[in-house]
Ligand binder design. Structure first.
Ligand code: PHE
Length: 338
């Protein structure tokens, strides 16, 4: 009798293992578990039959039944784990999902505007040069004809590195450096970083300028106006008007502040141009003969003009922005708009 029970136990294990392995889903597996391991399942039935065996046959059949319970339980766990792995893999490998795109970066709006400005001047025959951001008093002020007591030389406006060195307050020192190294004709633009002790919605302690310098034979104020008119047309829109207002810089004479007709209202007057119809974009003028004295040019043989513009200012006008600090906050919601 005992051998018959042991045989039935073995059969139960075989069919349980088969049933678990074949179960196609968690639901089917659970049904198979109840059939074999449930309170009224095959194993429970066999345990009942075990109790009816004569005393001396019970130990052998009992240990067979215990081994069977262990084997069936382990097989159930293995089958459950296999089903879970399958489900997980299906989630990870949904081949119908579109691929994840790598976010693509692009040039910063300040770099792009600088490149655009320099490109326009390149087409007008200018070469591009760059120079140091840490400058000497000589190049930043003295050779540009700033008197010793000029307010720009004060600690209030200039960031000094040491007694002799400072962070350039404009790109104009490159006028002198360029003329020192080359003979006319000079046609250069100089993009770069500049520094001033200033910070509000339209001033940043670090900002960017593009300088322009032309020195050649017979250059007149009309050339200055012509070049800047062509620039405004290319940078803003083909019919952009410019206006020159008398101004003063120690290194140009005469000097002019250049305005463009307001990009929003085209001269009618609005909030952007504060009702004037005009927007200031740059400082300019004919190179002061005193500057030629520092670089050994003969003011009787050559003449020239120079201009300097803030790149952020040009970008703000072009894109209608009202806070210069946006350029430096690295906020992608802002940067990705350009
Ligand atoms: N360097 C002057 C500034 O930063 C601008 C300028 C450049 C004016 C060249 C005249 C000629 O304000």
């Amino acid at each position: 009798m005992s051998s018959g029970l042991i045989e039935r136990i073995r059969e139960a294990v075989d069919s349980a293992l088969q049933a678990f392995q074949a179960a196609p889903s968690a639901g089917a597996l659970e049904a198979a578990r109840i059939e074999f391991l449930g309170a009224k399942g095959r194993l429970a039935e066999l345990m009942k039959a075990l109790g009816a065996l004569p005393k001396e046959e019970r130990p052998e059949a009992g240990s067979a039944a215990n081994a069977a319970r262990q084997a069936i339980t382990a097989a159930h766990q293995a089958a459950a784990a296999a089903l879970e792995r399958q489900a997980g893999a299906a989630d990870l490998l949904d081949v119908t999902l579109p691929g994840r795109r790598q976010p693509r970066g692009h040039q910063h709006v300040v770099s792009r505007t600088a490149a655009e400005i320099c490109d326009i001047f390149a087409r007008l025959g200018f070469s591009l040069v760059e120079g140091p951001e840490v400058e000497t008093d000589f190049y930043n002020f003295e050779a540009l004809n700033f008197p010793p007591d000029h307010p720009a030389r004060d600690m209030q406006d200039t960031l000094f590195v040491s007694r002799e060195l400072l962070l350039r307050t404009h790109t104009s020192p490159m006028q002198v450096r360029t003329m020192e190294k080359t003979q006319p004709p000079v046609w250069v633009v100089v993009p770069g970083k500049t520094y001033r002790r200033d910070s509000d919605i339209s001033h940043s302690p670090m900002f960017h300028q593009v300088e322009g310098l032309v020195v050649d034979q017979g250059i007149t104020f009309a050339d200055l106006k012509g070049v800047l008119t062509a620039f405004a047309a290319a940078m803003f829109s083909p019919d952009t008007q410019i206006r020159l207002r008398p101004s003063f810089f120690p290194f140009t004479e005469p000097s002019a502040e250049v305005d463009i007709a307001c990009v929003l209202c085209h001269g009618a007057g609005c909030r952007l141009c504060k009702g004037t119809g005009w927007l200031e974009i740059l400082g300019s003028g004919m190179v002061d003969p005193a500057v030629y004295g520092f670089v050994g040019y003969d003011p009787d043989k050559v003449s020239g003009f120079a201009f300097g513009m803030g790149i952020e200012r040009v970008a703000m006008l072009k894109y209608g922005l009202d806070d210069i600090r946006m350029f430096y906050e690295s906020d992608l919601r802002f940067l990705t708009q350009f």
